[in-house]
Design a binder for this molecule. Sequence first.
Ligand code: FE
Ligand code: FE
Length: 288
Amino acid sequence: MAVNNHVAQIIPQVPFVDPSDYRPENKHKTEFRNFNKDLTNRVYQTYKKMHTFQTLGYVRESKQRWTRFNRTEMSIMDALEMLNNLVDESDPDVDCPNSFHAYQTAEGIRQQYPDEKWFQVTGLIHDLGKVLAIWHEPQWAVVGDTFPVGCLPSDSVVFGFESFENNPDMKDPTMNTKLGIYSENCGLDNVHMSWGHDEYLYQVLRHNECYLPEEAFYVIRYHSFYPWHTGGDYYYLCNNKDIEMLKWVQRFNKFDLYTKSPEFPDIEEIRPYYKRLVDEYLPGKLKW
Ligand code: FE
Ligand code: FE
């Protein structure tokens, strides 16, 4: 396999964080997604690697490798347990294990959308693709904002164009234009996004028995595509269906982002409720 050499040399870090060490503080909305220079270096470093190594070739190869679904078989609840061991290095707002974030997001949705069960379960599972990091994929290939590869990054991509200076695709004339390898309004389904937990979980759900509606698939596949759902960019790659679905991705984002602080839900108490939803929408063991 022609993975570039840098990839193998980067040792993924999957730190174990004791939940009792986490001290949530009340955050104002303007304090989220603060990617400025005072940030702990780990966020910038993760993005710098991502913007250097996520090439079209890398994305194609990762898709091939991970859509054999021969890694393991496990239920959604098992996958949630696994995320207890993962802290997302790209996220300036979360220092707690990702399974907490899953329940917080789901509970936030449940409060505002008590009847939209599919939306609640989507909140619960949206980050399960991060199991990739536990299976030793480097974090720059798992977490963080996503962007289309095979064309120039837009200005709204975090840390901007300079952070792509060492990406070999930027020197390829078939890719270093606004549209690159794509045609205007070709539809996001025809666009290769940078490889990470969004696309991986999307592929897993497409492959397995799943009764979620199309809106849920959009939320899962594009929730990290900030340049699109928040930046208002890349509409030139979208078709009508993408634009139609965008509002659900945006509705979802509010819960993904702003439920990250204050208090933790009592997971023991709410788990049975979510287990029932999972049994309804995503039953049994899934192939990963
Ligand atoms: Fe995510
Ligand atoms: Fe999330």
